[in-house]
Design a protein around this ligand. Structure first.
Ligand code: GTP
Ligand code: MG
Length: 341
């Protein structure tokens, strides 16, 4: 059975992608070595960065020393051509870049303000909360918003939606698009959906995602949810350490994808049942333990508030802990109506 990314795209041949930064650019390396790396799927310099030196060595059979050398060569090349940050960069340059960083509107001005303007590129934004708090609705709305031009809150790009809970609904995209006066067919055309059936299938999809990101001008990568398959497969204390290892590898790959492709990553997470929460109270603890806590750039907790929802910025390197009131309507995520609280 072929669980490749998506039937329409699985025929896409990465070897024919002339725009990618081919590893042939490392012209100092022997041709035989370059062929060996290509054989095991390292076609571009970005593949080398995203997979990391350990994976490079494991898959190709070359020594760790050689693998580290190639990895550093790839980083240096990408630094030189401006794809990656120079390793010694003045803070003023970084500050100028941060002011121009791409952001995607959530659909709600209140929510955008909480995020400092919208869902940020080159970063992981994690949204967690109980069932029905709007995580999947946010993912659907963001798929529409990312396609808008910059002045309308988008990045003029597509979305790659990794659906692990079978809750992606094209008809919801249609209603959100129509409510936002967009052509639903065009919007649906720019969303690539990959259904993941197991944690290893999710990892396979991620490892194939670079091709889709480049060929389809993807600016937003969504995981709804990032962790549920791991939670259902790795049960009990005995498998906890393996689960955390796998999750650690996953989130680091996701972060490298965000940074090398300069795209936004939105991932949803569940809340952990917590005895401290007590009967009738909501746990505000995200699942996934420390792995997610340390890897997400921004962590946002969602909860219900009558007919509205509240988003709380729980962890951020540059925002105070604050809250925003938003609502779910025809147009997806939106600001609450005045009489709707
Ligand atoms: P889990 O995945 O179960 O953890 O929940 P979630 O946080 O992903 O919830 P989701 O985003 O699916 O939000 C579900 C809520 O969105 C429902 O309770 C509805 O109130 C609302 N909703 C879903 N579809 C529509 C719609 O078409 N119109 C409107 N107005 N609201 C909708
Ligand atoms: Mg959901």
């Amino acid at each position: 059975m072929n669980h490749s990314v998506d039937s329409e795209y699985s025929s896409f041949n990465p070897k024919s992608n002339k725009d990618s930064l081919s590893i042939d650019l490392l012209s100092d390396l022997p041709i035989e070595l370059l062929s060996q790396l290509k054989e095991v799927g390292f076609l571009s310099l970005k593949d080398v960065i995203i997979e990391g030196p350990l994976e490079l060595s494991t898959r190709s059979g070359i020594s760790m020393d050689d693998s580290n050398f190639i990895y550093n060569q790839a980083i240096t090349f990408l630094e030189d051509i401006g794809v990656m940050e120079m390793r010694f960069t003045p803070a003023t340059t970084l500050y100028d870049k941060r002011k121009r960083i791409g952001r995607i509107s959530t659909g709600s001005q209140n929510f955008d303000k909480l995020l400092g303007g919208g869902i940020e590129t080159n970063a992981i934004t994690e949204v967690y909360g109980e069932f029905g708090t709007g995580k999947t609705q946010l993912c659907h709305t963001a798929c529409v918003m990312v396609q808008q031009i910059c002045s309308q809150g988008g990045l003029d790009g597509g979305a790659l939606y990794i659906d692990t809970e079978n809750t992606f609904r094209p008809e919801r995209i249609e209603t959100i698009s129509k409510a936002r006066h967009q052509n639903p067919i065009q919007i649906l055309d720019n969303i690539v959906v990959a259904k993941a059936y197991s944690s290893s299938h999710q990892e396979l999809i991620l490892s194939e995602s670079s091709r889709i990101i480049e060929s389809q001008n993807i600016k937003l990568l969504i995981f709804d949810s990032a962790i549920s398959l791991y939670r259902s497969e790795f049960l009990g204390l005995s498998s906890l350490s393996l689960r955390q290892q796998r999750l650690n590898k996953l989130v680091h790959s996701i972060m490298r994808i965000a940074q090398t492709h300069q795209i936004a990553v939105l991932l949803t997470n569940q809340v952990q049942s917590s005895p401290e929460a007590g009967f009738g109270n909501i746990s505000s603890k995200a699942a996934g333990g420390n792995i997610f806590a340390h890897s997400s750039t921004y962590r946002i907790f969602l909860r219900k508030s009558n007919r509205n929802r509240i988003a709380r910025m729980v962890d951020s390197p540059n925002h105070p802990e604050s809250e925003a009131l938003f609502s779910i309507g025809e147009s997806g995520i939106t600001d609450p109506q005045r009489n709707n609280s």
